[in-house]
Design a protein around this ligand. Structure first.
Ligand code: NAD
Ligand code: TYD
Length: 356
């Protein structure tokens, strides 16, 4: 099982005192839970603004760990970030606005956090003379990739949404700080990630929670756009491997590399596992600029000893079970702010019934 593989410990490459920004979000909290749960001797300060996507409940499994500390704040706050940076050996930056659809509705917050916030962190790391700075980025920076190609780390970045453009800008700033100031940066570019504790706006947790409530699964267009889904435990472990063993100044793709999976295939898998009717599938107006395909070549990260262990088949079944059991976690989220976003975002296909 993926959870049983051990992480590098102190002395095996990961600096002992880490500032994990965005650690109350989906992937950041998985990384913190892994590090404090399996690694030895680490102390982790989580800095998180607790936006709609941040949730302290994601960190409750570690909140009594002696090496854990939470600071509520913004990565754009230069003074706070400067102070915290002086108390640690490295920064792992997960903090970001992360949902493509929200970036289409309101891009400004993405530029602020993903570009200006990353800049503040790089400045703080430079002043503190850190031994590592890891920027958590995404496969979306490569843009749409035609089959059968896979993106390599040396490919041009060609982002096409405000989200992916803001992330690509963050990556470029990291490489500029390496070239100019010799800051030891590392960039990971993970593929679409799913698993427990994911805010129900991305396709997997949205479709699972909709199906569990017998509500429509809104599939964009004809549902044929594909992604390379990676389980969050594998993603978090990949970030740890790059942090421990990566060559500074370089990017590392983190993808599972299975056959890419379409939106319609995700809907069908979720309905099969939840016993929901196919009638719940609701085609909706396509996302503007919808990238048709992402696919990564992750040979370089595999060369560091990282191997993704969770197949989509097993991972989606485990994830459905988790959401079935943890309605206490997601039930309250699917109200106010979530419903407001849902109503603003989804539009019926011409001639079909309105989304609900
Ligand atoms: P998420 O949306 O679940 O969490 C983001 C976290 O950042 C939240 O806790 C939020 O409160 C915090 N945050 C936002 N703005 C902040 C600010 N200004 N200051 C401090 N904290 C702030 O995101 P996620 O899915 O866990 O993604 C984490 C990282 O991984 C992001 O950088 C994202 O671009 C990248 N990534 C995500 C995926 C994916 O499929 N989810 C895939 C590849 C890469
Ligand atoms: P998403 O989870 O938003 O991730 P990405 O950042 O890669 O776009 O979307 C994954 C795929 O699923 C993408 O092709 C769009 C599609 N999708 C839907 O069909 N319906 C939805 O409600 C969502 C959120 C996504």
């Amino acid at each position: 099982m993926a959870e049983r593989a051990s992480l590098p410990s102190v002395g095996e490459g990961i600096p002992p005192r880490l500032l994990v920004t965005g650690g109350a979000g989906f992937i950041g909290s998985a990384f913190v839970r892994q590090l404090l749960g399996e690694g030895e001797g680490f102390s982790v300060t989580v800095l998180d603004k607790l936006t709609y996507a941040g949730n302290l409940a994601n960190l409750s499994p570690v909140d009594s760990h002696p090496g854990y500390r939470f600071v509520h704040g913004d990565i754009c706050d230069a003074q706070l970030v400067g102070k915290l940076a002086n108390e640690v050996d490295c920064i792992v930056n997960f903090a970001a606005e992360t949902h493509v659809d929200r970036s289409i509705l309101e891009p400004g917050g993405f530029i602020r956090t993903d570009v200006l916030g990353t800049h503040q962190l790089l400045e703080a790391a430079r002043q503190a003379r850190h031994s590592r700075f890891l920027q958590v980025s995404t496969d979306e920076v490569y843009g749409d990739v035609a089959a059968p190609e896979r993106s390599h780390e040396t490919d041009l970045v060609q982002p096409r949404s405000p989200y992916s453009a803001s992330k690509a800008s963050g990556d470029l700033l990291c490489f500029a700080y390496h070239a100019t100031y010799d800051l030891p940066v590392l960039v990971t570019r993970g593929s679409n990630t799913y698993g427990p504790y994911q805010y129900p706006e991305k396709i997997v947790p949205l479709f699972i929670t909709q199906a569990l409530d017998q509500l429509p699964l809104p599939v964009y267009g004809d549902g044929s756009a594909v992604r390379d889904y990676l389980h969050v435990d594998d993603h978090a472990r990949g970030i740890a491997a790059v942090l421990a063993h990566g060559v500074v100044g370089e990017a590392y793709n983190l993808g599972r590399g299975e056959e890419p999976i379409s939106g319609m295939m995700v809907a069908q898998a979720v309905l099969r596992l939840t016993g929901g009717s196919d009638n719940l599938i609701q085609p909706v107006l396509d996302r503007p600029g919808h990238d048709r395909r992402y696919a990564l070549d992750s040979t370089k990260a595999r060369g560091l000893g990282w191997t993704p262990e969770v197949s989509f088949r097993d991972g989606i079944a485990r994830t459905v079970r988790w959401y079935e059991e943890r309605r206490d976690w997601w039930g309250p989220i699917k109200s106010g702010e979530f419903l407001d976003f849902y109503r603003r975002n989804y539009r019926p296909l011409a001639g079909s019934a309105p989304t609900s």
